[in-house]
Structure formats: C-alpha cells, structure tokens
Design a binder for this molecule. Sequence first.
Ligand code: IP8
Length: 245
Amino acid sequence: MTTVLKLGGSVVTDKSTPETVDDDSLDAAVAAVADSDPSRLVIVHGGGSFGHHNAEKHGVSDSQGTHDAEAVFEIHDAMRRLNDAVVTRLQDAGIAALPVQPLSLGARDAEAAFSLPLDSTATMLDEGFVPVLHGDVIAHAASGATVVSGDELVTTLARGLDADRVGLCSTVPGVLDADNEVIPEITAFEDVASVLGGSDATDVTGGMAAKVRALLELGAPAHVFGPDALPRFLAGEDAGTVIRD
Ligand code: IP8
C-alpha cells in the first residue's frame, strides 16, 4: 500500500510571518505520522511562508521563468531549509525520513509538461525510508527555471508510484460547498462545477477547481482534509472530502 501525503504550507509554517515554521502544527502532523507507523509513505510539503515571497520577488511562478541562477538558488534554498526542518522533525520522532529535492531531478519541457524520474524515491520506499519532497524550482526548457508546486508533485508521484491513496492536508477541512459545508465525496467534476467555479482557462495555478479536476484523473482515491483528520487518513479511513472517479 503506497500513500502520498501532502502537508500544505499552511500546516507546516506560520504563513503570517516570513520563514517561520509552525512548531505546534508541524509537531502534531509529525506525531500523527509517527503514530501511524507508516510503510510506503511519501510526504510532500508546500512552501507557506518559505519560498513564495522569494519567488514573487524575482517574478518566478509555474509559468514565468528566470535564467538568474542566484534567484533560482534563493528560492530553492528557502524551500530546502524548510525541508530540513520537516525531515529533522520526522527523524526526531523516529521516522526514517530522507529529503528528495525536485530541483536536482525534475524538469519541464518546452510545452511546460513536468517530469520527475522516480527511481530514487521508489528505491527509498523499497528500503523502508520515507521520502520527503517539497515544492521547488526546476529547469524549464526555453524558460530557465520555474516553480513546481507541491500539488503538481503529488499527482506526478501518485501516478508514477502507482499510489493506492493520496492525502492533501491543509487548514481547510475539505472541499466546501456554497454553505461552507464539507462535500463528503466527489466522483464527477460536473457535480461540483457550479460550486467550485473556475474553468481551465482561469484556474490553472492551483485553485480548488483545478485541484479537483487533477485529482479525479488520478486513478487513486484522494482525500482533502484538515489537520484534525490526519490521524484518520493515516489509519486508512476516509477523511474530509474523498475524490474518486
Ligand atoms: O506551496 C511552493 O510550493 P507550494 C514552491 O506547494 C515554491 O505551491 C514557492 C518554490
């Protein structure tokens, strides 16, 4: 059973203060992972108060690239330092966590298609490690380097590793309907299109509509939930909104 879990930037960092880890929230997530005694678990984390402001400062996004190596390194270094903090906390809790840095592995082609060789991640899993990836900057053909988000990594990992379950843990308890209630299950985009809004054209950078569309195409159930439901997800139960085709 292979599980891909994303800990959103809002879970691992204090988004209101630049480059600040949210100790309590990260510790709670780490404790939940440690209690679940994970096997074949891949963790991805977002940036939160790390990386995003550096990317913004240099005008870099998932579609806007730069050839300025110092700018690329600054963004990567911020994410790497956050990754160090996450990996260290996991190791301190007895989890065999190891960093995997997308900058050194991944790339986008000239059509912006993202690819990530997974040999190292898959071998780490086989050997009982917990690979921990992070949103990053990656080389992008004809654009220099652009941002790859944690969400994009999650879908790439889930497909490439043939994951059985995917979890997206953020501060939102699930996909919300018009009354701000959690939608328990989504099996077709049309059923929630009116609530989520956003066409492909206007919602390519990670809005909920784009996220739900991508998760529906995964072939593995994806759970969107808040931190309180993380132990439930890791115990193999349904948590938040379950998205399955
Ligand atoms: O928070 C951000 O990853 P995300 C990666 O998952 C950056 O969008 C800013 C380098």
